[in-house]
Design a binder for this molecule. Structure first.
Ligand SMILES: [Zn+2]
Length: 68
């Protein structure tokens, strides 16, 4: 699929990242801006920052990593 990033392996927390659903180990990465609209419950300092998303290349499950 054109425009789609190649799925590769990543590490998180010092371990190889693995999909909790299907066990696949290759993901493609995207960034998502954390948006405050409608999320006033979550008024934390990481809002309006970018979160890293890793999308499982097999089942499409999305892992979210909030900015530190
Ligand atoms: Zn998966």
């Amino acid at each position: 699929m054109s425009g789609r990033k190649k799925a590769i392996r990543y590490e998180a927390g010092g371990r190889d990242m693995k999909c909790p659903i299907c066990g696949h180990e290759e993901f493609w990465k995207r960034k998502t801006l954390m948006n405050t609209k409608g999320l006033t419950f979550w008024e934390l300092d990481w809002l309006n920052k970018e979160a890293d998303n890793y999308v499982c290349d097999r089942c499409g499950y999305i892992l979210w990593f909030l900015p530190k």
